[in-house]
Design a protein around this ligand. Structure first.
Ligand SMILES: NC(=O)c1ccc[n+]([C@@H]2O[C@H](COP(=O)([O-])OP(=O)(O)OC[C@H]3O[C@@H](n4cnc5c(N)ncnc54)[C@H](OP(=O)(O)O)[C@@H]3O)[C@@H](O)[C@H]2O)c1
Length: 232
């Protein structure tokens, strides 16, 4: 696929899967715009990847549309959106602070919806575009101690599947990527120790995202992947 005229915006692109995806897509010729909520981390990621960056907290609804408008003004129409920003929450539900519950849903779920809402009209008008939501195998099963994270991702699974069917006839692909454990700092940031020796790397996840994006004639619905070492 000719990638050089395809502009892709990635949320939560200052570490882990997001940052690795910026590098992979850039190396493969895409035009990439990275976004993140922490200004210093955005600057660092821009310097590291030589890509333009914007400060964007996806939990701030009004900033989603404003950022998409600014990016398109500065760089032209977006061909792709990767909704990657996300946070982990683990523990017994009764122990969660209400503000943590809200933060997870506002970031993982509403952030994805608001960003998608901001880019879709333009993509539909142009009759082309790709929205890829980084979901999680946590949206494919249920288990104890991840009730809110799981709910935030199960909601995205429903959202993504419905939009896939709704948008495909309009020329826009909406796809869900469901990774298992990835060796990013997501668990550490949430204060949860995790053995990540068996996880896949952010670079491996980024490679899968690149494959999904580049296969423009197909809609990859619900691509799930985990490291071979994770089956122990
Ligand atoms: N790691 C795994 O095992 C795993 C498995 C399945 C799915 N996922 C999903 O993969 C995605 C990426 O996670 P990761 O593993 O790469 O973790 P990560 O390294 O912690 O990356 C998450 C990114 O999202 C950003 N972010 C958090 N809240 C945000 C907000 N409100 N607005 C904008 N950006 C925000 C973080 O910024 P800060 O650095 O400023 O916090 C960071 O850049 C998430 O959606 C996660 O749920 C991860």
């Amino acid at each position: 696929m000719e990638t050089s005229n395809r502009l892709v915006l990635i949320t939560g692109a200052t570490s882990g899967i997001g940052l690795a995806t910026v590098s992979t897509l850039k190396k493969n010729g895409f035009q990439v715009v990275l976004t993140g909520r922490n200004p210093e981390k955005v600057d660092k990621a821009c310097a590291e990847t030589d890509c333009p960056g914007y400060v964007l907290d996806v939990a701030r609804e009004q900033d989603c549309l404003a950022t998409v408008r600014q990016v398109e003004k500065d760089h032209g129409p977006l061909w792709g959106l990767i909704n990657n920003a996300g946070i982990w929450l683990e523990g017994d539900f009764e122990d969660y602070a209400p503000e943590d519950i809200r933060q997870v849903l506002e970031t993982n779920t509403l952030g994805t919806m608001m960003m998608t809402h901001a880019v879709l009209p333009g993509m539909i008008e142009r009759g082309r575009g790709t929205v890829l939501n980084v979901i999680s195998t946590g949206a494919l099963y249920t288990r104890k101690n991840i009730s809110v994270y799981s709910a935030s991702k199960w909601a995205l699974r429903g959202f993504t599947g419905c939009l896939e069917a709704e948008c495909a006839p309009k020329g826009v692909r909406v796809m869900g990527f469901y990774p298992g454990k990835v060796s990013s700092s997501m668990y550490e940031t949430a204060g949860v120790p995790r053995d990540l020796d068996i996880a896949m790397t952010p670079e491996q996840a980024a490679h899968m995202i690149d494959c999904m994006l580049q296969d423009e004639k197909n809609v990859w619905g619900q691509l799930s992947a985990r490291s071979l070492n994770d089956y122990v």
